[in-house]
Design a protein around this ligand. Structure first.
Ligand code: SAH
Length: 393
């Protein structure tokens, strides 16, 4: 098997030698003029030393590296990659008798940019974030079948909204293996049950990355009144209700999300909960001294560097509002899932919000994404979720 070769400009090999998996278009000295998006390529330094293999794309990130050694990219290659990711999660006991939902493969963190696999009790949602991954989907789905064996119930391709617009016409969401025709998908996370609608829900159906943070929330909710803003399908709400809160209110603008939230509350048999389909900022207007615990987990306010400034303003406004209105000795779980807002900037934004609110704050915890969303020192861009737990006097 031969692959097309790309040769870099002099001095542009260093990031690859440090295992950073992106090659920017400006680093390229020579490439085949007929290269198409998604083609597999080998990358060489200007001195013709082999550096890595990956998929080519026409944009500013020209190659995404999937192997730093020479190999053949076939079903076996994907089997090794996905099996390694699966075994890592088994070894860390992320999948266990109380939890059967996790991110099975997290892009660069697991060694293949653009590939996301989420595992819902045997159902796997495949999400390609680049065309290069998408055209490997048959190899990838055959590899998943081998890795999971009889445990596998279905594989659903949900790539049409994550692939570049350029290719959306060529993609259609649907099952690559099995189906869910006859069942509701119910999963357990730390023994809390959630119904998952990966076909119609946002992202792959559930925000798996908040598992550890939801568990921590449970410790602070006994006999408290809790507000979960941007609640989506009620992940934090279920934990709060189950851990003995007096009252839990969930707020989300999406009626579909709230419908599933109500179902999740019912499935978990809790009776201290109310849902509101409303904009969080509107909802908070008349809620002074109503809650002991508030969760702020908004969608990514900044999706790119251009929107960073507006995002910081929005995070500051949201947090200052919550800090002002929370009851005395209240607790706020606050998050940002914007990759471009790094942890220092988030910390500074929360500090600014506290100063604006004029109340005394203690920082109880710094929070991150869990181990099934691995961050490597070679690719710090993979760190996107950050949070803080605040005590407000
Ligand atoms: N905390 C959730 C995930 C939040 S995702 C969990 O653990 O599952 C962000 C949610 O915010 C989405 O459900 C989206 O519908 C909702 N949303 C976006 N803008 C909003 C707004 N202005 N007010 C309320 N909800 C909003």
């Amino acid at each position: 098997m031969t692959y097309s070769q790309i040769i870099l400009n002099k001095g542009k090999e260093f990031s690859l030698l440090r295992f950073h998996p992106w090659v920017f278009s400006g680093a390229i000295a020579k490439k085949d003029q007929y290269l198409k998006d998604g083609d597999l390529v080998e990358v060489y330094s200007n001195k013709l030393d082999f550096l890595g293999m990956g998929y080519y794309a026409g944009g500013s990130i020209a190659v995404r590296i999937i192997s730093f050694v020479k190999t053949i990219i076939d079903e076996n290659f994907w089997f090794e990659k996905i099996n390694k990711a699966y075994q890592y999660r088994i070894q860390l006991n992320i999948l266990n008798e109380n939890t059967n939902v996790c991110r099975l493969f997290f892009g660069e963190g697991d060694g293949a940019p653009g590939l996301i696999l989420d595992y819902y009790d045997g159902h796997v949602v495949f999400q390609a974030h680049s065309w290069g991954v998408y055209i490997q989907k048959e190899n990838i789905s055959n590899a998943i079948i081998r890795v999971l064996g009889t445990e596998l119930k279905s594989i659903y391709d949900k790539s049409s909204e994550t692939i570049s617009k350029h290719f959306t016409e060529k993609t259609k969401n649907g099952f690559l293996f099995g189906s869910i025709e006859t069942e509701d998908v119910l999963v357990k996370e730390n023994n809390h049950v959630f119904k998952i609608d990966f076909i119609n829900g946002q992202k792959t159906g559930f925000f798996i990355d908040q598992r550890d943070n939801r568990k921590l929330l449970g410790k602070y909710c006994k006999n408290k009144s809790v507000l979960n803003t941007f609640s989506y399908t009620g992940g934090f709400s279920v934990y709060a209700s189950k851990s003995g809160a007096n009252k839990v209110d969930s707020v989300d603008v999406s009626q579909g999300a709230i419908n599933l939230c109500e179902e999740n509350i019912r499935i978990n048999d809790v009776h201290n909960h109310q849902c509101f389909v409303e904009d969080t900022f509107e909802f908070l207007k008349d809620k002074k001294n109503s809650y002991d615990v508030i969760i702020l987990d908004p969608p990514a306010f900044a999706k790119s560097r251009d929107s960073k400034h507006n995002a910081v303003t929005a995070y500051k406004r949201l947090n200052a509002t919550a800090i002002k209105l929370i009851k005395k000795n209240g607790i706020i779980f606050t998050f940002s899932c914007s990759g471009v807002i790094d942890k220092m900037l988030f910390y500074n934004t929360i500090t600014a919000a506290a100063i604006e609110a004029g109340r005394n704050i203690k920082i109880l915890h710094y929070l991150y994404q869990p181990a099934d969303h691995p961050v490597t020192p070679y690719f710090s861009e993979g760190e996107y979720l950050k949070g803080m737990v605040l005590w407000v006097e």
